[in-house]
Design a binder for this molecule. Structure first.
Ligand code: UDP
Length: 353
């Protein structure tokens, strides 16, 4: 079986690290990777391929740094050409980026089966570009690999036939468990001389692209009594400059880190504050409480079961929630036990051979 995998952004590289390693163990499956170049910096792309041993992409496109329409359109055209030449048996896409949608759409038009890993997640907020990508990709997919029963219900409610939906757990759980053994303390950490710290990430367009929201978030973070380490996404760095935001002294902004360092920070922090989808779950996998800088989340099980609080970008709520103490929790298996990749491969092999 020949699988063409379309990757483009950081969270997809991380998911691919688990899945491509599992695929590599199986005879008679050839995986070819297309990297759309949606994320292209050394610390947003290359470092993950290097330190996580992700197979080198055969195709490297240059579609990053454009508006949504231009990026998706260019990806669609270029990916279609590759599919026509390579003639894959199956196309694999992850998550919810423009690259996910372009890969699924190009494949569906050529009648190539599409497998979507991390299907069925919904924020029910169509102002998020990711939500549009998720809904459309799921409609185009033939194999919908979902992390939970709730994700399956979302798809059934949108008319997706349940025989295409497979509950397999969350592939990020595979990644977190595997790399916990290999985590690395960032070189700069000791120089900060911090006793305790809160780990924070901010990158979601709905927060960064609104000056009032981003200002309120930094006001709330600045009012925390603890120090905050913030490995900052390039989009947010640019917006801080554009809005001329004042950053309080307890906030240590650093470059985005590689995954091994990220895992170390997650495992050693007191609390995680984020608007990232992946980091919300990693908080849970590492037994840390999570404060989410959004009004809604796709990972609602974590809120319902008491591992996550949604605070939006209300500066008072952010301040209050950061200044509370939280007990660490034990991973209770909501999203599986790290065997998601193997479950997906077994299903693909069973159906496609
Ligand atoms: N991550 C990382 N370095 C960083 C920040 C995040 O390796 O400096 C990882 C994080 O651990 C998670 C993934 O990137 O696995 C999340 O990606 P992102 O927040 O960009 O996207 P989302 O999960 O919201 O789609």
């Amino acid at each position: 079986m020949k699988i063409l995998t379309v990757l483009g952004a950081r969270p997809q590289f991380i998911k691919a690290a688990a899945f491509s390693r599992a695929l590599d163990q199986i005879d008679n499956i050839e995986e070819i990777i297309i990297h759309t170049g949606q994320h292209y910096d050394q610390n947003m792309s290359d470092i993950f391929f290097e330190e996580m041993n992700i197979p080198k992409p055969k195709y490297l496109l240059q579609t990053g740094g454009k508006t949504h329409g231009a990026m998706t359109g260019q990806q669609l055209e270029q990916i279609e050409n590759i599919f026509l030449n390579e003639k894959p048996d199956l196309v694999l896409v992850y998550g919810d980026t423009n690259s996910t949608l372009a890969g699924a759409l190009a494949a569906a038009k050529l009648h190539i089966p599409v497998a979507h890993i991390e299907a069925g997640l919904r924020s029910f907020n169509k102002r998020m570009p990711e939500e549009i990508n998720r809904i459309l990709t799921d409609q185009l997919s033939d194999y919908l690999f979902v992390p939970s029963l709730l994700a399956k219900k979302n798809l059934v409610n949108e008319g997706v036939s349940s025989d295409k939906i497979f509950i397999v757990g969350d592939i990020m759980c595979d990644v977190s468990l595997y790399y916990k053994e290999k985590m690395v303390k960032p070189k700069w950490f000791d120089d900060l001389k911090l006793d305790k710290f809160i780990l924070c990430t901010i990158h979601r367009a709905e927060n960064t692209d609104d000056i009032n929201k981003l200002t309120a978030i930094f006001k709330g973070l600045g009012a925390a009594k603890k120090d905050i380490i913030l490995p900052l996404h390039p989009r947010t760095v640019n917006k801080i400059k554009e809005y001329n935001l004042n950053i309080a002294k307890n906030i240590y902004i650093v470059e985005p880190v590689g995954y091994l360092e990220m895992v170390w920070l997650e495992a050693n922090t007191d609390l995680i504050v984020t608007d990232s989808g992946g980091v919300q779950k990693e908080a849970y996998f590492h037994g840390k409480y999570c404060i989410t800088l959004r009004e809604e989340t796709e990972w609602i099980e974590l809120v319902d079961q008491g591992f996550n609080t949604l605070v939006g970008c209300d500066s008072d709520l952010i301040e209050q929630s950061l200044n509370k103490n939280y007990n660490s929790n034990l991973y209770a298996g909501i999203y599986g036990h790290g065997d998601t990749s193997n479950k997906i491969i077994n299903i693909m092999v069973q159906y496609e051979n």
